[in-house]
Design a protein around this ligand. Sequence first.
Ligand SMILES: C[S@@+](CC[C@H](N)C(=O)[O-])C[C@H]1O[C@@H](n2cnc3c(N)ncnc32)[C@H](O)[C@@H]1O
Length: 141
Amino acid sequence: MIKKYNKNCKIIAVDTKEMDKIEDIDFLQCDFKKEVSKEIILKKLSTKADAVLSDMAANTTGSKDLDCIRTNELCVEVIEFSRSVLNENGSVLAKLFNGKDFNNVKNIAEKNFKKVRFFKPESSRDFSKETYIHCKGIKAL
Ligand SMILES: C[S@@+](CC[C@H](N)C(=O)[O-])C[C@H]1O[C@@H](n2cnc3c(N)ncnc32)[C@H](O)[C@@H]1O
């Protein structure tokens, strides 16, 4: 179905949980935080990617602070990994929480990308600290 819009498009999806098969999506059931998972993703990509999208959130523990820290750690891993897989003008869109370590994520994103902005889509509930970060254009270090 995706190939209908772009026949050269390649999409790799990752989750620790099982996912129903979706046509043209290469699904990898693994823990993104593990180095081996990142190596497999890199091998599957034959060229640099245009975009990295992450809706990953750590499993809830009952402690909102801990959930926030763990989800934001995932977000940082996504941002740092994106440097190695994205083309120069590529984008990252990732979920994070507006908690204590929010500025840490922002600083890391600004160190790695030319443009960084935050937005909360309408579908995200007002009371939730969930928000999204969009980073574009890899910065030379
Ligand atoms: C908010 S849900 C995303 C739901 C998805 N967007 C959907 O519509 O079904 C967060 C997802 O992140 C996944 N996740 C959490 N930690 C992960 C990790 N370390 N590696 C891969 N996936 C992870 C969870 O298994 C969960 O499915």
